[in-house]
Design a protein around this ligand. Structure first.
Ligand SMILES: Nc1ncnc2c1ncn2[C@@H]1O[C@H](COP(=O)(O)OP(=O)(O)OP(=O)(O)O)[C@@H](O)[C@H]1O
Length: 505
């Protein structure tokens, strides 16, 4: 302490030093005022101040959730990236889990509104804040979310050219590695849930040439961003899946989603009030996704575009059934032209890497305008089960590649129309492959008999099949569970008893 006082300058020394500096600065100022013209002095002063304010002042980027009427992909990238930068000293977090298959699963965390996340990138300090504000649109309030990104003013260009691209790249790689897919349904707004469908192209019962051509088409589509740009077309692909119920249209959609790792937006057009809402709904979907509109023939009863008949009501009925002008003006419904506008009209270029899938059981009922080339690029007929499809299902459901009964089933399947759903249902019934295959043969034979019985009504046909089926199950039940072979009178009665109880249940 003593040495400190000894070495520290005395008060008089300090005053002398201050006086000398003041005198020196006055002399310099006087000389400068004498020899440097005023305008030059102002110029240098401004430069000096600019330099320091640029060096130390802050600059804020605002990244809103929408950009020119469509979702802002930069905002989405930041939303994906930021949770990875939340540090342990954060003061609050949002927690949640939208995996309804796993309610005990670990929740995900995210940053709450108005909280800060500090990031660092190549010696720059970046401060993120998520903000929210209500906007008053013509008839309704909506919430607008945006990020404020604050950096030093001097770093502005580097943030734009280096940091933001890095954020987007990281978000993309997170999306690419994303384990979970989501399926969104629309009812006033999009609601998501985790999509866990086991369907893959391997488990799909479809002729291998068709399967391979779909896979090739998807691969080509994903690789052709530049091509679509160069020919001036939206980077979209439209698939129309048509065929009888139970032939795997929904299963194919699930296989495509699993293959591309795309989320699915499952849209029921009946839930959308009008074209304006349709536009809002469709532009709120993200890139790299599938837009699925099932049973399009039921949703668009339209024939003539732009006319009253072109309108799809919320309840699915056609608009020209309704003579009420009041209702018309308030609930005009979705028009076919509104839908087409998004598929290949002016709004089609909103968004990239989109797959649009329509499904129908009745292709002939669809408005030809929807089928025009360029709208639905790939029509895919999902037909009845073929021998190859059956083998695929046998491999999936029974884990067998071959069996003595296969040839018999092949012959029957070539003659009788059976959907993959029906085949799958039979193969699932029994654990023992032989019993499952015999049950399928029995079912196919019954179908054949019912088909040959002239004039048999469909309901009767189904009844005969069902009765025969339960008899077969009862017989197998006796064989497997009770070890009985059947044939005796008592067994037949017991069989009938079991049949009755299964049938009634
Ligand atoms: N081609 C197929 N490959 C594998 N499984 C199939 C196939 N077709 C149907 N299935 C099975 O049948 C069930 C019903 O099929 P799916 O819902 O995909 O048929 P769909 O053609 O979409 O029927 P709908 O027209 O009634 O909607 C599925 O759960 C699936 O297990």
């Amino acid at each position: 302490m003593a040495s400190f006082f000894k070495e520290s300058p005395s008060m008089s020394n300090l005053l002398t030093f201050y006086a000398s500096i003041s005198t020196l600065s006055m002399i310099i100022r006087t000389i400068l005022n004498e020899i440097v013209p005023r305008r030059a002095r102002d110029f240098f002063t401004k430069k000096f101040i600019d330099f320091f304010s640029n060096y130390f002042a802050d600059f804020t980027f605002v990244i809103e959730d929408r950009w020119q009427a469509v979702p802002n992909e930069t905002f989405r990238a930041v939303e994906i990236y930021l949770p990875t930068r939340i540090s342990s000293d954060t003061r609050s977090l949002i927690l949640g889990n939208n995996d309804n298959n796993n309610i005990t699963g670990l929740p995900k965390s995210n940053m709450p509104t108005d909280s800060k996340v500090i990031d660092e990138f190549e010696n720059m300090r970046l401060e993120w804040i998520l903000k929210e504000k209500e906007t008053n649109q013509t008839f309704h309030y909506s919430r607008k979310r945006y990020f404020n990104l604050t950096c030093k003013k001097r770093d502005r260009d580097r943030v734009m050219k280096e940091y933001i691209p890095q954020v987007c790249r990281t978000a993309k790689s997170i999306l690419d590695q994303r384990e979970k897919l989501y399926i969104y349904t629309y009812d006033d707004h999009w609601v998501s849930t985790v999509f866990k469908h086991p369907a893959t192209f391997k488990t799909l019962a479809l002729d291998s040439s068709l399967k391979n051509s779909i896979i090739d088409d998807l691969n080509l589509f994903c690789q052709r961003k530049e091509y679509f740009q160069s020919v001036g077309r939206a980077w979209k692909r439209g698939y129309l899946l048509y065929g009888p119920p139970g032939t795997g249209k929904s299963t194919l959609v699930a296989a495509i989603a699993n293959y591309l790792r795309f989320n699915i937006y499952d849209l029921q057009l009946q839930n959308v009030k009008n074209d304006a809402e349709l536009r809002r709904v469709l532009t709120a979907t993200a890139n790299r996704s599938i837009l699925l509109i099932e049973d399009i023939d039921c949703s668009t009863k339209a024939r003539a575009r732009g006319s009253a008949r072109d309108i799809v009501r919320r309840d699915g009925s056609n608009r020209d059934d309704d003579r009420s002008d009041n209702k018309r003006s308030f609930d005009p419904g979705v028009t076919l032209s509104g839908l087409l506008n998004f598929i290949d009209g002016l709004w089609s270029t909103c968004g990239d890497e989109r797959i649009i899938i329509f499904t129908t059981n009745y292709k002939e009922k669809i408005d030809p305008a929807l089928l025009r080339p360029g709208r639905m690029d790939v029509p895919i007929y999902m037909g009845y089960c073929s021998p190859a499809g059956f083998r695929n299902l046998a491999s999936t459901y029974l884990s067998i590649e071959d069996h003595l009964l296969f040839n018999c089933i092949d012959d029957l399947i070539k003659r009788i129309e059976i959907t993959p759903a029906e085949v799958a249902q039979h193969l699932m019934k029994f654990g023992d492959p032989k019993i499952a295959l015999e049950s399928l043969i029995k079912y196919l034979r019954m179908k054949e008999i019912a088909k040959e019985g002239n004039g048999t009504e469909r309901a009767e046909e189904d009844e005969v099949i069902k009765q025969e089926e339960v008899k077969f199950i009862a017989k197998e039940h006796l064989k497997v569970v009770c070890g009985k072979q059947g044939g005796k009178d008592g067994d037949v009665r017991e069989e009938d008893e079991i049949s009755r109880s299964i049938y009634l249940s």
